[in-house]
Design a protein around this ligand. Structure first.
Ligand SMILES: Cc1cc2nc3c(=O)[nH]c(=O)nc-3n(C[C@H](O)[C@H](O)[C@H](O)COP(=O)(O)O)c2cc1C
Length: 411
């Protein structure tokens, strides 16, 4: 092999020194290529109790692990030799166009994860053309979310409290503020057993103990934000001091039934989605009640552990409810591929909970933007690689569900 000294002329094209990115946040977020990367950043920057409250699930956390495993067990069947130069990821959801097949799920205590909280979620969702859901347990008021996201779509999530008049007063405020969809969550008759919270002594608001102070030392940004912004409080609830489980069990009404749902539906002028549907029978019954969508969800594994995997329920539910009811899905989504697989199996729309909160904890509004950018990039690329250019072209044939976790037929 003949050698020669490198010449400046040959070296020059190889030397691509990028202008350094000055903002550490920009650098941090640009280094995140997946939702798992955002999760790792979030973990570094958030106090343990708040991170675990988000990351954790109920009991042995089996439901959540299985939901993610089910997505991991997807095998895609790509069609080749299609023109995929342009793809359209938008679709009509509950009567209006959305730019992407996912929205932001309702989450409580959001300003505890990161001080920008719901405003970061609502403004990022508006910029991306996707819906934002505000929880009954939110830390920003209905009116403030509406003001932050005046042209986008806001959905309100209802937990029915024992004090029904106060619950319905919230529903009324949401309607007046222009929220177009009500998500009625039905899988929290009582609080799930979130063991990480018990072990961490997690309380609302966070309490300062020697342990939390030690844990705070490497996470100064979170604490500075926490101590120099409006005190953390529920926007729709009175002040509370105690554990989340006690709060839920004190406030929530465990007597809510199908009759109550019909009563709630009569009072809401917009679309109604029931969140937390976990059997084909209930989905069918809800279709008969006339809801606009059923959301297959086990609350991200935070309620009944070992509940059915929403992704597995999809095909049967889609077949059972017919065309008049949209089938939505959440729980376990950590990538755009998970979303594409869900759409192929018949989900009309999906929601992301933790993926959003990991983005928020990793970098506030910019972190939520990054989360949306990562998921939308993965959705577009997967569609192209599968040979489809619209969501409607995705069909069950594009996805094989490998058998590891398939339920056995009932005897
Ligand atoms: C920290 C946290 C708080 C949540 N709070 C609520 C809530 O207040 N109301 C509700 O209906 N669902 C709540 N959920 C459930 C989400 O709406 C959604 O069903 C779940 O996060 C989906 O699973 P994923 O996190 O794997 O995407 C919460 C989830 C998390 C992670």
């Amino acid at each position: 092999m003949k050698r020669q000294l490198p010449k400046r002329r040959d070296l020059a094209p190889l030397m691509k020194f990028k202008k350094p990115t000055l903002s550490p946040k920009e650098r941090r977020l640009a280094s995140a290529l997946t939702i798992d990367d955002l999760r790792r950043i979030a973990k570094r920057r958030t106090p343990k109790a708040a991170f675990d409250y988000t990351d954790g699930a109920a009991d042995g956390e089996v439901s959540l692990a299985r939901a993610r495993e089910a997505f991991g067990d997807v095998e895609f069947n790509p069609a080749i030799l299609r023109d995929v130069s342009t793809v359209d990821t938008s679709r009509e959801v509950l009567g209006k166009r959305v730019a992407l097949p996912f929205g932001i799920a309702p989450t409580g205590f959001t300003r505890m994860m990161q001080a920008e909280g719901e405003i970061a979620g609502a403004t990022a969702a508006a910029a991306a053309g996707i819906p934002f859901s505000l929880s009954t347990m939110g830390t920003t008021s209905i009116e403030d979310v509406a003001a932050a996201n005046p042209d986008g779509r806001n959905w309100f999530q209802l937990y029915m409290w024992k004090d029904r008049d106060r619950s319905m007063a919230l529903v009324d405020r949401a309607a007046k503020a222009g929220f177009d969809t009500l998500l009625v969550t039905v899988d929290v008759p009582v609080a799930g057993a979130r063991l990480r919270d018990v072990r961490n002594g997690m309380t609302i608001p966070p309490t300062l103990t020697p342990r939390t102070v030690v844990n705070a030392i490497p996470r100064p940004a979170w604490w500075i934000n926490f101590l120099t912004t409006e005190p953390l409080a529920f926007a729709s609830l009175d002040a509370w001091s105690g554990t989340v489980a006690d709060l839920l069990d004190t406030m929530f009404d465990p007597t809510v039934t199908y009759d109550d749902l019909a009563w709630i539906k009569d009072q809401w002028p917009g679309k109604v989605v029931v969140k937390g549907v976990q059997t084909v029978d209930d989905a069918r019954r809800l279709a008969d009640v006339g809801v606009d969508a059923v959301l297959l969800s086990n609350h991200g594994g935070r309620q009944l552990d070992r509940a059915p995997i929403p992704f597995h329920l999809l095909p049967q539910v889609v077949a059972a409810v017919g065309k008049d009811v949209e089938v939505h899905l959440d729980t376990g989504i950590m990538s755009g591929q998970d979303i594409v697989a869900s759409i192929a199996h018949g989900a009309h729309f999906t929601l992301v909970g933790r993926a959003y909160l990991y983005g928020l904890m990793a970098g506030g509004r910019d972190g939520v933007d990054r989360m949306i950018e990562i998921l939308s990039g993965q959705i577009e690329r997967t569609m192209r690689l599968l040979g489809v250019t619209t969501l409607d072209e995705l069909e069950p044939g594009h996805v094989t569900q490998l058998q590891r976790l398939e339920p056995r037929p009932r005897l």
